[in-house]
Design a protein around this ligand. Structure first.
Ligand SMILES: *[C@@H]1O[C@H](CO)[C@@H](O)[C@H](O)[C@H]1NC(C)=O
Ligand SMILES: *[C@@H]1O[C@H](CO)[C@@H](O)[C@H](O)[C@H]1NC(C)=O
Ligand SMILES: [Mn+2]
Length: 476
């Protein structure tokens, strides 16, 4: 029975599908209705929420577990993990301190405490130097022309410092064989793409002619081999085969460097026909926890990560197609009345704030019931069908396309067809068992046409291989 399954291996790392977590949450919710003063139920449901990225709910449950029993040490662990996932390192440190105080001989707890303490100190240091002088760009300290490519490097090189289709094909093959692009070429791409992105508005507006179509993809999350599969199924990007990738290119999957350099390369090759929007994972806090920063440091350097961070800050936040379809990573807003003009005016070259339209675009989720609720993630909000309806009406739009949530079928149509989710990382984190999907939109009718696909094999490097040790799945 399912109960037995929870007892015997809920904490094991072996493949849990999305359904199992959902069932676990349902089971503990029922158990809590019968016995609302059981700290273990709250704590165990908190873990299921952590695994499904509902960090807001996970935090609430861990807090509840401690309200029920303030001596329940696992509750402090869970609350610390939730806060870490939310980037609230100081709050996490306090709970790790408690655990270490109560269990001075617990080596695992000590390690977590030290790791968290390191991050808190590092953040304090970064804040101190940031206020000293206005931050200089990494670009100014690079001497790319002067970087030499060693004779034994036989991989792809830009041609006259330009990305070409030949270069892109060679680079994709090179990456497929798990080889590293020369750092000079990586820097060339980054510096050039920063320049291209910084000239775009925060809200990109495009028009498809009657005969044209665009492909919209959702989260790719470092799943490079699945990205190649999209190109195989749907054709390589080109002037006549435009794409829009809707954020969350990096983190989680351990081939994030390959994904992002491929996407940036195509942006340089087809600046007007290949579109990228920022996701909540194109941010420093997420990259520090979920693998991208670690991966760039492992494959290149900390300095290159700094440059990635600068480039991410210039990614546009939303895209409007034929004045009728609005695409963004997360969703709509914590307050009514936001207009497209407000989006155009967002000063986006920054880490996202904790609230407001920029935060909502990257973080919010739809919900089935009317109105708004507290976010299950602990950031931004959830918005109902009435919110979507009012927003579309005020801005004379037909529907929104967003990503940000794994869906079993790769996509989901909600809010009477006015809010569409698309997610393009099949078998997310090697464990969700979901399909991926992409959408075709044609200029003639703007009717979404869904295409599903399943995961392809990838080399034996697990997701989150470069993530902060505190976030690696086995340790939650
Ligand atoms: C809660 O999870 C723990 C593992 O952390 C497990 O051993 C225990 O059986 C679970 N309790 C319940 C009541 O499901
Ligand atoms: C290349 O680097 C060397 C050593 O740092 C420096 O002396 C030289 O001026 C640089 N050349 C160019 C073209 O910038
Ligand atoms: Mn996301």
């Amino acid at each position: 029975s399912y109960r037995n399954k929870i007892h015997s291996n809920f904490l094991c790392d072996i493949c849990f599908s999305e359904k199992d977590y959902e069932n676990a949450i349902k089971y503990y919710t029922e158990a809590l209705e019968l016995n609302p003063s059981n700290a273990i139920y709250y704590s165990n449901r908190s873990l299921a929420y952590l695994r499904t990225e509902c960090y807001g709910y996970a935090l609430a449950d861990a807090t509840k577990a401690l309200e029920v029993d303030k001596n329940y040490i696992k509750g402090y662990y869970r609350r610390a993990t939730s806060n870490m996932a939310l980037g609230k390192f100081k709050a996490a440190l306090k709970d790790y301190e408690t655990v270490v105080r109560v269990r001075p001989n617990d080596k695992d707890a000590r390690m977590k405490y030290q790791e968290c303490n390191k991050i808190v100190k590092q953040k304090a240091f970064e804040r101190a130097i940031a206020s000293d002088e206005t931050k200089k760009s990494v670009v100014d300290s690079l001497d790319i022309e002067n970087m030499t490519i060693e004779d034994d490097y036989v991989g792809p090189k830009l041609e006259d410092s330009k990305v070409t289709l030949t270069f892109m094909k060679e680079m994709m093959d090179w990456f497929k064989d798990q080889k590293k692009l020369h750092r000079k070429c990586a820097y060339q791409i980054l510096v050039q793409v920063k320049d291209v992105l910084s000239k775009l508005p925060s809200l990109v507006e495009i028009t498809l002619k009657e005969t044209e179509k665009i492909t919209i993809c959702g989260d790719t999350h470092g799943q490079y081999y699945d990205l190649l599969n999209i190109f195989k199924l749907n054709g390589l990007p080109s002037e006549t085969n435009p794409y829009l990738f809707n954020g969350d290119f990096v983190d989680r999957g351990s081939f994030s460097v390959e994904v992002i350099l491929t996407l940036f390369g195509f942006k340089l090759l087809y600046p007007d026909n290949f579109h990228l929007l920022r996701g909540n994972h194109e941010t420093d806090n997420m990259n520090q926890m979920y693998g991208f920063e670690g991966e760039v440091k492992a494959k290149y350097t900390a300095q290159m990560f700094q440059l990635f961070s600068e480039v991410f800050q210039w990614l546009p936040l939303a895209q409007c197609i034929n004045s009728k379809v609005l695409v963004m990573h997360g969703g709509l807003f914590s307050e009514d009345g936001v207009t497209l003009e407000d989006l155009r005016k967002i000063d986006r070259n920054r880490q996202p704030p904790d609230s407001g339209p920029m935060c909502d675009l990257l973080w919010s989720d739809p919900q089935p019931q009317n109105g708004r609720s507290i976010s299950k993630r602990g950031v931004s909000c959830q918005f109902g069908p009435d919110v979507t309806e009012r927003f579309l009406e005020q801005n004379k739009l037909d529907f929104i396309v967003r990503s940000h949530e794994v869906k079993a079928e790769g996509y989901e149509v909600t809010h009477s067809g006015k809010c569409i989710t698309v997610f393009s990382a099949p078998n997310y984190c090697d464990q969700m068992g979901n399909k991926g999907a992409y959408i075709h939109l044609r200029g003639s009718d703007l009717k979404p046409e869904f295409h599903q696909f399943t995961a392809v094999p990838h080399p034996n490097v697990k997701p989150m291989a470069y993530a902060n040790t505190l976030m690696q799945l086995g340790m939650m």
